[in-house]
Write a protein that binds this ligand. Structure first.
Ligand code: GLU
Length: 424
């Protein structure tokens, strides 16, 4: 379970990190060994080979996975990512994390995740569509609005979800929009889903600000990753008066001590595929340095395991709001706790996406649609109350917010398993 990260540091796999956090919570909750065994294993793993006819006539076969970690609290829910570094272990860890995420915000789902080992930037649009349709076909045996509901994740978007929905519907012979969330609005998507993760993240930061008396006006912010989560978070935080001093994507970093124009950078990234084509006032820095710029708030919104034992000492942020899934290793977590850094953990901070996915699913099942303001108000209500549950538990038990979030989530899932009992 060991690997080497970009800086040559040895690091643990995301699954090893997830299991450590689970066992820490299980120890505190006094869970017995059989419950730990159930919680630490995914319920189902489907591994598939996905043959795709490429534009040049050749056939390439991609590896894909769909993992359902738990179905105890409801149908499995979680995104599908396309990335060259996807591994089965990582998909298991991410599925497990979805179980806790859905439990911490108390929505009636278990956790799942899917992934295909592919670099989508190397595919034409036609190849991407054929890959998505064949992958959907292969995993369709375990999908369904009451079984397992995918959504976008890294490098997948509303268009990919539309192809998934269409493929699944073609198999069944009629339209089944509720098999997937994060769809285009025109075919049953929800208003407010696109920026829901970032909006939810900002609600948790606003709550923390209320508790700590910290000021958002003029607060210095760095954002790692400028995809759907990072770019919207940067824009929202700028609108709230923060100074976004550093941002990065896979190609590099930009910084400006007086504040970057986040909207303009988002526009450039949408048009050219990278923030590095931005020609406005900014200095270029290596992308890893974005984490180490002196800031009040750091938002990691890229791949997992980016904050590790090798760089945690150099992170100066007072608050880390985890937009990404699993951005911080256990060792880094310890180093940051010792420094007094406040971390809003991923399963809470980025739960806004799956929360609005739940609203989309509910709207789909009821064949009605909510207004954007209704979605935002309901999201705010749920994020604020979940944040407060976690914050209060952390205070009461004198633990950090990650531990508190896991205590709440693991307790809820364990309780569901206990109530349902073991079949047969
Ligand atoms: N991929 C997102 C996440 O990691 C959203 C999942 C969903 O909406 O089902 O939370």
């Amino acid at each position: 379970m060991l690997g080497i990260n970009g800086s040559g540091q040895e690091k643990k796999s995301m699954l090893a990190v997830s299991l450590e956090v689970l066992h820490k919570a299980a120890d505190r909750l006094g869970l017995d060994q059989s419950m730990r065994n159930i919680l630490s294993k995914p319920q189902r793993i489907l591994s598939v080979a996905v043959p795709v006819r490429m534009d040049d006539g050749s056939i390439q076969v991609f590896d894909g996975y769909r993992v359902q970690h738990s179905l105890a609290r409801g149908p499995a829910k979680g995104g599908i990512r396309y990335h060259p570094e996807v591994t089965m272990d990582e998909v298991i860890a991410l599925a497990m994390s979805m179980t806790w995420k859905c439990a911490v915000v108390n929505i009636p789902y278990g956790g799942a995740k899917g992934g295909v080992v592919v670099d989508p930037t190397k595919l034409s649009i036609g190849e991407l569509e054929r890959l998505t349709r064949r992958f959907t076909s292969e995993i369709s045996i375990i999908l369904g609005p009451e079984k397992d509901i995918p959504a976008p994740d890294m490098n997948t978007n509303a268009q990919v979800m539309a192809w998934l929905m269409d493929t699944y519907s073609m198999h069944k012979g009629y339209s089944i929009p509720s098999v997937v969330t994060g769809k285009p609005i025109e075919i049953g998507g929800s208003l407010g889903r696109l920026d829901a993760t970032s909006r939810g993240l900002v609600y948790t930061i606003l709550e923390l600000v209320k508790k700590t008396g910290m000021k958002l006006e003029g607060a210095r912010v760095a954002v790692q990753g400028y995809g759907n989560v990072g770019s919207h978070a940067a824009v929202f935080l700028q609108e709230l008066g923060c100074r976004i001093v550093a941002v990065s994507d896979v190609y590099g970093g930009l910084c400006n001590d007086n504040g970057l124009d986040c909207k303009a950078i988002k526009q450039v990234a949408a048009e050219t595929g990278t923030i590095m084509e931005y020609k406005g006032a900014a200095e270029e820095i290596p992308r890893e340095e974005v984490l180490e710029v002196p800031v009040d708030i750091l938002v990691p919104a890229a791949l997992g395991n980016q904050i590790h034992g090798g760089n945690a000492h150099r992170i100066e942020a007072k608050v880390i709001a985890e937009g990404a899934n699993g951005p911080t290793t256990t060792e880094a977590d310890r180093i940051l706790q010792d420094k007094g850094t406040i971390i809003i953990p991923d399963i809470l901070a980025n739960a806004g996406g799956v929360t609005v996915s739940y609203f989309e699913w509910v709207q789909g099942i009821q064949s009605l649609s909510w207004s954007e303001s209704q979605v935002a108000a309901e999201l705010e209500r749920r994020m604020v109350s979940s944040f407060n549950d976690v914050y209060e538990r952390a205070q009461r038990e004198d633990v950090d917010m990650r531990t508190a979030a896991y205590l709440i989530a693991v307790e809820r899932v364990a309780q569901a398993i206990k109530l349902r009992g073991i079949y047969p």
